[in-house]
Design a protein. Structure first.
Length: 753
C-alpha cells in the first residue's frame, strides 16, 4: 500500500452532509475536499449514508451498493468502505423504528429484552449494508444537569455495564459492530457541562467510570470504541495513550478499532489547545491509539506527509491500518459482492414495534399513587388530558432519534412511522371515556395564556392527566440532549405552575412526565413511607426537613399519582395508556436518583458516608426518590435473605431471597441485591448494587431468587492504586430501593491463597 492508500483507510467521509447540522460543531468550515478526490485511493468509512437527511431507504441502498462497487472497480486496491450510522434509539434512518432511550433501558432492569432490541436494530442495519453502529453509550451518570443524560443508561456501573453489554451482544450477533461511547469520563464533567473538563480522581475513574467499558470488552467482545471529548486532569482523552492503549488494549486485551468522536482529533487544536496545528493533532491522536478520524478527513490528511518527512514513524500508521483492514475482513467487506442491493425492507416491522412496546411498558416508573391508578376502563369517566407533551409524538423520543435529530430540519417531511401520542393512545385505550384536551403551556417559555382553558377542562373532568416534561434536541434546540445542559433541575418553563393550577381545581390529577433527565419533583410527591429497615447510612428521605424548609404537613395539595417515562419511544404513548388503564402493571425502577435540587448536584447513590446527610451541614443531598425506587399495582415482600458465610476473594458467592406478591394483582418485581463493605482501607459506598432480577408473580405467589455474585463486583482501587477484592465483612440486603433494608445478611471475604 502507498502512504496515500494507507491514509485513506483511516478517515471517513460525510458524503452528502450539505447544510445539515446534525453533529456537534458541524457548522464549522473544515475541509473542502471533494468526495471524488477523497476516495481516489479508497476510503475508510462512509458517514451516515442513511441518517443525514430523510432518504428513501431502498433508493439509498441502491446508491450505496453502486458506490461500493465503484470503489472496488475504480480504486487500485478495490477495498469497499465501512458504513457507520447512529443507532442509539434504533437505526437513525427515515422510516426506521424508534425504541425507548437508554435511560428507559436502565429503568427496565431487563438486559435480556435490551439484547433483543439490539439484535433487531442490527438486523435492519445489516440489511441496508451498514457495518458499524455508534452505540451504546456507557457513560455512568454523575450529574443530571448534563444534557446527554438521556443517552445514558444509569448512575450505577453494574447496571450500565450489564444492560450495555447485552445491547452489544444483540447487535453484534447480527454481524454489525457496536461502538462503545464515550471512552472515558465524558459524563463526569464539571457542573454537568458538555465538553467540560473532568476532575475525577483515578479511583473514581477506575471504580465507577471504567467498569462498564471493561464488561463490554471482556464479556461482550465489542469490536469498536469511540473516545470521549473530555480531558481528565488536563489530558485530553483523544491524546492519552494511558486510556486508549495501556488500559483498553494492554489491560483488557481489546483488539478492535478505536474511532474518533466527530471532529475530536481537530479539537485537540481548536478546543484543548494541546496541538499547534492539524498535523500535530493527528500525530497525537494516532500515536495515542485513535485509528480512524470521523466523520470526515480534517487532521489525518496530514499523515502521509508526516511519514515522508520523518516526523511520524510509519509503524504507527501501519498499526492503525492493520486494525482497520482486519475489521473490514471480519465484516466480510474485502470480498463482498455488491451486485444485488435489497429490493424491499421493513424497518418498523410488527416485531420491532412489539419489542419497542414491551421495553416502553417495562421502563415506566410509578413514583406515587394515591389509589387513583389504575383507572377503571369499564367506567365512562370524563378525562381532561392536558399539557405540552400530551399530543406530541416528539416528546416520546430522545435527541438521537431520527425524528428529533434529523426531521427537525425537515418539518414538512412525515415521520414515516406510526407515532401515537399519549392523547391518541388514551382515546384508543379508553373508548368509553369522554376525553378532552388542552395544551396549557409550551414545554419552555413563560406563556400562561393557555392556563384558563386547561383549568376549565380539568374542573369539568373526573380526572386530569397532565403530561409534562422535556423536548429533546441538540445545542439549544430543546430542553435536553447534546449541548442542552442546565443549571436548574426545575421543570422547564411554567410547567410546574400548570400542574399546581390543575391540582388546585380539586380534580384528581395524574402527572405523566416524559423527560430525558430526572427533575426535582419533590413538590409533586408525598413523603415516602419509611421502611422499618431503612439503611441509616444512606439517610432517610422522610427525615425532618432542614431549618427553613417546608415540612410535609405544610405541603399544598399534591397530584394523586406521578408516572415517569424516560423518552419511551414510538410505542411510548400506548405503553403509558396501558399502564394508566391497568392493562399493564408498572415495573420500572429509577435508574438514576430523583434529585432534591440542582444545588445538591453532583450526587450519586454510590456515595460514601460523608456524601450523605450528616449533622455537620445544613445541606441535605438526599434524593426525593432513590436509585432503584418504583411502585407497582401490588406489593412485594422480601424476606429470608441467605448468603454463604464466607467466600474466598476472587470466587463467587451464593445468595437466596424469598419474594412474595402480598397484593391482590399480578405484578413484576425488580429484586435488587445491595452490598456495603463495613470496614475497608478506603471510604466505600454506603450501598452498591451487586445483582438484580426481574420476577413476575401472581397474587399470593412466591419465589426463591438465587444470585451467584462474583466477588470482583466488590473490587475497588486500594491505597496502592491497585484494584482488587479486599478481605472483610460485607453486609448484604434486599429491599424496594437502594436505601431500603427489608432483609439482610452478612458474608466474610477471606484472602485468596
Amino acid at each position: 500500500m502507498t502512504l496515500e492508500e494507507k491514509q485513506a483507510q483511516l478517515v471517513g467521509f460525510w458524503v452528502d452532509q450539505g447544510n445539515e447540522l446534525v453533529a456537534p460543531m458541524a457548522g464549522e468550515k473544515r475541509t473542502s475536499t471533494r468526495y471524488e478526490e477523497a476516495t481516489a485511493h479508497g476510503i475508510g468509512h462512509l458517514t451516515r449514508v442513511y441518517g443525514t437527511r430523510p432518504v428513501e431507504p431502498i433508493e439509498r441502498a441502491s446508491w450505496l451498493w453502486g458506490e461500493q462497487a465503484r470503489l472496488q472497480r475504480e480504486t487500485r486496491l478495490g477495498i469497499p468502505a465501512l458504513v457507520h450510522e447512529e443507532c442509539l434509539t434504533g437505526l437513525a434512518a427515515w422510516k426506521a423504528a424508534t425504541f425507548p432511550t437508554p435511560l428507559a433501558w436502565g429503568a427496565s432492569f431487563d438486559p435480556d429484552l435490551v439484547e433483543q432490541v439490539g439484535r433487531a436494530i442490527g438486523s435492519s442495519m445489516r440489511t441496508l449494508g451498514i457495518h458499524q453502529g455508534l452505540a451504546p453509550v456507557l457513560d455512568v451518570i454523575r450529574d443530571p444537569r448534563w444534557g446527554r443524560v438521556d443517552e445514558c443508561i444509569a448512575e450505577d456501573p453494574l447496571l450500565v455495564g450489564t444492560v450495555g453489554t447485552a445491547y452489544v451482544r444483540g447487535m453484534q450477533a447480527e454481524g454489525v459492530h457496536a461502538t462503545l461511547k464515550h471512552f472515558v469520563g465524558y459524563s463526569a464533567s464539571r457542573a454537568g457541562r458538555n465538553h467540560a473538563p473532568v476532575s475525577a480522581g483515578r479511583r473514581e475513574v477506575e471504580d465507577v467510570l471504567l467498569p462498564p467499558f471493561e464488561m463490554a470488552v471482556r464479556d461482550g467482545g465489542v469490536r469498536s470504541v469511540m473516545n470521549s471529548y473530555s480531558d481528565i486532569d488536563g489530558v485530553p482523552v483523544a491524546a492519552d495513550p494511558y486510556y486508549l492503549d495501556e488500559v483498553l488494549r494492554g489491560r483488557w486485551g481489546f483488539d478492535g478499532v478505536v474511532v474518533s468522536d466527530y471532529f475530536a482529533v481537530d479539537f485537540l487544536r481548536t478546543m484543548h489547545h494541546v496541538a499547534a496545528d492539524s498535523a500535530q493533532a493527528a500525530a497525537l491522536a494516532l500515536t495515542a491509539g485513535i485509528d480512524v478520524e470521523l466523520p470526515s478527513p480534517d487532521a489525518y490528511t496530514t499523515l502521509a506527509a508526516q511519514v515522508r518527512d520523518g516526523s511520524l514513524p510509519e509503524s504507527i500508521l501501519d498499526r492503525a491500518v492493520g486494525r482497520v483492514l482486519t475489521q473490514k475482513e471480519e465484516l466480510g467487506l474485502l470480498d463482498a459482492d455488491f451486485t444485488d442491493p435489497p429490493r424491499e425492507v421493513d424497518l418498523d416491522s410488527p416485531e420491532h414495534r412489539g419489542l419497542a412496546r414491551r421495553l416502553a411498558e417495562e421502563s415506566l416508573v410509578l413514583l406515587s399513587n394515591d389509589d387513583i391508578l389504575p383507572l377503571d376502563p369499564s367506567a365512562s369517566p370524563r378525562i381532561a388530558v392536558i399539557g405540552p407533551n400530551a399530543d406530541s409524538a416528539e416528546a416520546l423520543m430522545g435527541c438521537y432519534s431520527f425524528v428529533n435529530h434529523v426531521l427537525a430540519h425537515h418539518p414538512d417531511v412525515p415521520a414515516g412511522i406510526a407515532l401515537p401520542s399519549v392523547l391518541d393512545a388514551l382515546r384508543a385505550e379508553l373508548p368509553s371515556a369522554t376525553i378532552t384536551h388542552a395544551v396549557g403551556c409550551e414545554v419552555d417559555g413563560e406563556d400562561r395564556s393557555g392556563f384558563p382553558s386547561a383549568i376549565a377542562q380539568a374542573t369539568e373532568a373526573d380526572v386530569a392527566i397532565v403530561v409534562i416534561g422535556d423536548r429533546a434536541g441538540l445545542f439549544g434546540r430543546g430542553t435536553v440532549g447534546e449541548g442542552n445542559d442546565v443549571d436548574s433541575l426545575d421543570l422547564p418553563g411554567v410547567q410546574r405552575a400548570l400542574v399546581e393550577s390543575i391540582v388546585a381545581t380539586g380534580t384528581p390529577v395524574v402527572v405523566v412526565a416524559l423527560t430525558g433527565r430526572p427533575y426535582a419533583l419533590g413538590w409533586a410527591l408525598p413523603p415516602r413511607a419509611t421502611a422499618a429497615g431503612t439503611n441509616a447510612g444512606l439517610g432517610s428521605v422522610n427525615s425532618p426537613a432542614p431549618a427553613g424548609r417546608t415540612s410535609p404537613t405544610e405541603q399544598p395539595p399534591l397530584p394523586a399519582a406521578v408516572l415517569y417515562g424516560f423518552f419511551p419511544g414510538e410505542e411510548g404513548g400506548s405503553a403509558i395508556a396501558a399502564v394508566l388503564s391497568g392493562r399493564v402493571s408498572p415495573s420500572g425502577r429509577l435508574p438514576v436518583s430523583l434529585p432534591r435540587s440542582a444545588g445538591a448536584q453532583p450526587y450519586s447513590y454510590l456515595h460514601a458516608a460523608l456524601g450523605g446527610r450528616t449533622d455537620v451541614t445544613s445541606v441535605d443531598p438526599t434524593p426525593v426518590r432513590p436509585f432503584g425506587f418504583g411502585l407497582a399495582y401490588t406489593t412485594f415482600e422480601h424476606r429470608d435473605l441467605r448468603a454463604d458465610e464466607t467466600v474466598t476473594a476472587g470466587q463467587t458467592f451464593q445468595v437466596t431471597v424469598r419474594v412474595r406478591n402480598v397484593g391482590s394483582r399480578e405484578g413484576t418485581d425488580v429484586v435488587q441485591l445491595y452490598a456495603h463493605d463495613e470496614v475497608a482501607s478506603v471510604a466505600r459506598p454506603v450501598a452498591q448494587l451487586v445483582d438484580f432480577r426481574r420476577v413476575s408473580l401472581a397474587p399470593g405467589a412466591e419465589q426463591v431468587i438465587e444470585f451467584a455474585v462474583p466477588t470482583e463486583r466488590l473490587a475497588f482501587t486500594g491505597l496502592d492504586g491497585v484494584r482488587r477484592v479486599e478481605p472483610g465483612r460485607i453486609r448484604l440486603w434486599v429491599g424496594s430501593a437502594c436505601d431500603d433494608v427489608e432483609t439482610s445478611a452478612t458474608i466474610d471475604i477471606t484472602p485468596a491463597p
